[in-house]
Design a protein around this ligand. Sequence first.
Ligand SMILES: [Zn+2]
Length: 136
Amino acid sequence: MGRGAGTGGTMRGEEESRVPALLYARGEGTPVDLRIHQHSRGHRIRRAVAGLGLLWLMAAVAVFIPIAHLILVPGLFFGGIGLFIVRWRRRNRFEAFEATCPACGARASFDLAEGAELPLRIHCPCCDAALTLKSR
Ligand SMILES: [Zn+2]
């Protein structure tokens, strides 16, 4: 009697793949294996609707706050729409990675912003050199 629900490995609605990339500094490159999570259409819709729902719920509660509701209600209403659009457009997410900085040679861990796209300009957390991350 198995429940047979889990697919194992990837999270629901996300597909993980590897993108070979190069981390460049002044012409010198270090190979990096980026892990990218691609959000499925259903996952993006769920996240977008969840964000919209949360802000609109807060707007509904804010209706009962005297004076502050004049700013909070329209702010949260339009903020919900903005969040919906941002989340809907976000197709992928890169995982943080560790690499050897081509400028200073130190092993560093790099965090990439949500929704980042390649090529990307980043800074080494050790020497603050400007680096470029490109797909190979
Ligand atoms: Zn460095």
